[in-house]
Design a protein around this ligand. Structure first.
Ligand SMILES: Nc1ncnc2c1ncn2[C@@H]1O[C@H](COP(=O)(O)OP(=O)(O)OP(=O)(O)O)[C@@H](O)[C@H]1O
Ligand SMILES: [Mg+2]
Length: 233
């Protein structure tokens, strides 16, 4: 469904995404793991068409989207929950969700909102509350809900568990698993490796902009380097 073939790029002369080939098949949840500055966010930017310099081929479905401008890539069904969430703090939960459907230019059905509230019942309780007054975990739910309002076929999530308490990490990851069960393919960037491995089927570990290790969940969990570096065992 999403295929990157020898994708490289970066900022100015600096290369931070270095010859990366990865794929996410229809219906899969795949992890991008790696330490700070490994290039995870830059890889997401490359997929979205937002990395200032980028070469290689990016395919989505049967289309080569490498030269499709960023604002048109959402039309292909790619949505992103960015690093740091970026909810509109002065706006209500409901208005934040409605903004996610804005580019569709079709009427938002009650169904979209209901689906979102079924996924995150506490957003239903807080729909009139200003998003900026929610807890970090609840803001993450708004960010995910907002991305889903675009009715994507693939969701990219950049460190959705960052800064959250363990219980909230579990709740957010359970919601991501449910999103996947609803038929949406997921690419999940995570530093919380042990928790991420519970909900993905495969993963890639990035180091200095390159894929250092890749494999199924079981292969990653039994890889000595992954265990030492990311799982502390
Ligand atoms: N706008 C930018 N201009 C120049 N260099 C950048 C820019 N954004 C990121 N970088 C550099 O690119 C490298 C990779 O950064 P990136 O944000 O992709 O890493 P990351 O794996 O997402 O890290 P983190 O886990 O901290 O989010 C870093 O060395 C960073 O300093
Ligand atoms: Mg990042």
């Amino acid at each position: 469904m999403l295929k990157l073939h020898e994708v490289s790029g970066g900022y100015g002369r600096r290369t931070v995404v270095d010859d990366i080939s990865i794929r996410v098949d229809q219906g899969e949840t795949v992890a991008i793991l790696g330490a700070n500055t490994a290039g995870k966010t830059s890889l997401i930017r490359a997929i979205l068409g937002l990395l200032p310099r980028c070469s290689g081929r990016i395919e989505f479905g049967c289309e080569d989207i490498s030269s499709v401008p960023a604002h048109r890539r959402v039309d292909f069904g790619i949505a992103c929950v960015p690093e740091g969430r970026h909810v509109f703090s002065e706006m209500s939960v409901m208005d934040n969700l409605l903004i996610g459907a804005y580019h569709r230019r079709k009427d938002v059905t009650r169904q979209d909102i209901d689906d979102c509230f079924r996924l995150f019942p506490r957003l239903a309780e807080r729909q009139a509350q200003k998003a900026g007054t929610l807890s970090g975990g609840e803001q993450q739910m708004v960010a995910i809900g907002r991305a889903l309002m675009a009715r994507p076929s693939m969701l990219l999530l950049d460190e959705p568990s960052h800064g959250l308490a363990p219980l909230m990490v579990a709740e957010v990851h359970a919601a991501i698993a449910e999103v996947n069960r609803r038929g949406i393919s997921v690419l999940l960037v995570e530093q919380n490796v042990s928790s991420a491995l519970k909900i993905v089927s495969r993963g890639y570990v990035l180091e200095s902009g390159k894929v250092a290790v890749s494999g199924t969940t079981a292969e990653l969990a039994s890889n000595d380097d992954v265990r030492r570096t990311y799982l502390g065992i």
